[in-house]
Design a protein around this ligand. Structure first.
Ligand SMILES: Nc1ncnc2c1ncn2[C@@H]1O[C@H](COP(=O)(O)OP(=O)(O)OP(=O)(O)O)[C@@H](O)[C@H]1O
Ligand SMILES: [Mg+2]
Length: 228
């Protein structure tokens, strides 16, 4: 199985990048995959999550928020041991972000259902296209509407989807807004290590994370269990 690299990036803060990184890693690890998470965000959210609880042996977290050569080293080293590397990327207008994108097979661009998030997502995919041009090969990207209410259809989300479609870009659906996803950062550990008493709605959250991992695996051209 070839090693694949995913970056999760947007220039907008709080769109759910770190939570998506953890949920995807949790879902792939649950299927038997070995996952390296690379924290390039100076805030260090992934790193502090990793310190909160013992992680499954199949998930490892590395951090480097200043030196892009070290990020490349980490990705290359991870390719020897892990099936998948997921990079948490802060912002898009910095060298580290461009480096992470340049080494990625897929850039996931999360946005909440807000016009501000949608603009940031569009700026981010423009940045991915620019990096594709400079490396002279296409980097796949996937804008994702994230943190939607599971109960109420959002008109803003629909308008955002249509706006992207007019530009010929399909928008996927990420994780719904669920307390269980919020609990990941509170308790640490994989989504699949949480208990029902810690995380309300955990069953639905786990199913959603697995579905999203399936979508990502399809996009990468691997079957979800092949990531194992
Ligand atoms: N699917 C979700 N359901 C409920 N809460 C969520 C979900 N995804 C993220 N959150 C919450 O939203 C906040 C922002 O999420 P997160 O830290 O993952 O975003 P981020 O894009 O990494 O932010 P930053 O730009 O600060 O790095 C956190 O409090 C997180 O718990
Ligand atoms: Mg973050």
């Amino acid at each position: 199985m070839p090693h694949k690299v995913i970056s999760i990036a947007t220039s907008k803060g709080g769109a759910g990048k770190t939570t998506l990184c953890i949920s995807l890693a949790s879902a792939f690890a649950e299927q038997g995959g070995r996952i390296a998470l690379v924290d390039t965000d100076p805030q260090g959210s992934l790193t502090s999550w990793a310190e909160k609880a013992d992680l499954p042996e199949s998930i490892a977290v590395f951090s480097e928020s200043t030196d892009e050569n070290r990020v490349i080293d980490l990705i290359e080293a991870a390719s020897q041991t892990y099936h998948l590397t997921i990079v948490d990327v802060q912002g898009t207008a910095n060298t580290l972000a461009h480096t992470a994108m340049a080494f990625s097979d897929l850039v996931i661009i999360p946005m909440k259902a807000s016009e501000f998030d949608a603009r940031a997502a569009f700026d981010t995919l423009t940045a991915v296209r620019a990096v594709s041009r400079s490396r002279r090969s296409e980097i796949d990207f996937m804008p994702v509407l994230n943190c939607l209410s599971p109960a109420i259809a959002s008109r803003t989300a629909q308008a955002i989807r249509e706006g992207f479609e007019e530009a010929g870009i399909a928008v996927q659906t990420g994780l719904s807004e669920r307390e269980a996803f919020r609990c990941i950062s509170a308790y640490g550990g994989s989504l699949f290590q949480l208990s029902d008493s810690q995380a309300p709605g955990l069953t639905k959250a786990k199913a959603e994370a697995l579905d999203f991992a399936g979508l990502v695996a399809d996009r990468l051209g691997i079957s979800q269990t092949q990531a194992a």
